[in-house]
Design a protein around this ligand. Structure first.
Ligand code: DGL
Length: 285
């Protein structure tokens, strides 16, 4: 089974795209709802929770795990890969959803910086909407600058947005919140001439896609992560057949929280993505 992990329900936007692209693979999703949101917690705290979740998915037999949480990926993935994973599970691989997004923005391949074609026009000014912890990590600014230094990246932290989505806030509330973040972008000194593109760099935010479309200037190219991640994972599996195994389209959804509290938000998703089982996870090591 391919493991997919998020702090809560945001990773389901990615999972839905993964299943659509690879309907015959088996997926195991884990949402750490008991500890969500991650986006306002310390980097150390996010690292420990991510490690605990990945450890759990390895125990469940996943050899390939997608961290479908930008906060966890930005803060914890490199450290986890460099210090822990090779001893814990030498043959396993853990991938982060920020990678395909940075590749799409910069038009370059993450691992060697080679151009990927056909090259879309690079934005001159790009807004990245993400959680406060992701923005504090500077991961998007740093990784984009390494590959495409001409792109001016303006990161906008969106405190409270993932929580509101998780609480199944109505459109009016999401509009109000997102308008506030779009105003902060508009008032930014580097944005006098507008922006060309905006990336939703939190997997919860596709649930608020319409609010972003309403709040951003017309014509802004909105980069959505789920389908980029799905295309990247399909490509990864084709290049790494040893990590791939044909499945039968099985799906298991696990949460560290209370499945009954997820009902409202999950109604926005296909019925197959609503059947959560509760698991008790040890506190982060
Ligand atoms: N969905 C997560 C992300 O992509 C974070 C939401 C949160 O727990 O704050 O960043």
């Amino acid at each position: 089974m391919i493991g997919v992990f998020d702090s809560g329900s945001g990773g389901l936007t990615v999972l839905e795209a993964l299943i659509a692209a690879m309907p015959d693979r088996d997926f195991l999703y884990f949402g750490d709802h008991a500890r969500a949101p991650y986006g306002t917690r310390s980097a150390e705290d996010v690292y420990r929770s991510t490690l605990t979740a990945v450890d759990f998915l390895l125990d469940q037999g996943c050899r390939l795990i997608v961290i479908a949480c930008n906060t966890a990926a930005a803060v914890a993935l490199r450290r986890l890969q460099q210090t822990w994973l090779s001893a814990r599970a030498p043959g396993a691989r853990v991938l982060g959803v920020h990678v395909p997004l940075v590749e799409a923005i910069t038009g370059t391949r993450w691992r060697d910086g080679a151009a990927v074609g056909p090259m879309r026009e690079r934005p001159r000014r790009l807004a990245v909407f993400a959680t406060p912890r992701t923005v504090a990590s500077r991961a998007f600014t740093t990784e984009i600058a390494l590959r495409a230094p001409t792109i001016r990246v303006i990161e906008i932290a969106c405190p409270g947005l993932a929580d509101a989505i998780e609480a199944n806030a109505n459109d009016e509330t999401l509009d109000r919140l997102v308008r506030g973040f779009a105003d902060r972008l508009r008032d930014h000194p580097d944005v006098r001439d507008g922006i060309d593109a905006a990336a939703l760099a939190c997997t919860h935010y596709p649930f608020a896609e319409s609010a972003f479309r309403r709040a951003l200037p017309p014509g802004t190219d909105l980069l959505l992560q789920p389908r980029l991640v799905a295309a990247a994972l399909a490509d990864y599996l084709a290049r790494n057949p040893d990590l791939d195994s044909p499945g039968t389209g099985r799906l298991r959804l696990l949460t560290s929280g209370d499945p009954a509290r997820l009902d409202g938000l999950l109604e926005r998703l296909p019925a197959s993505l609503r059947q959560f089982e509760r698991v008790a996870l040890a506190s982060p090591a």
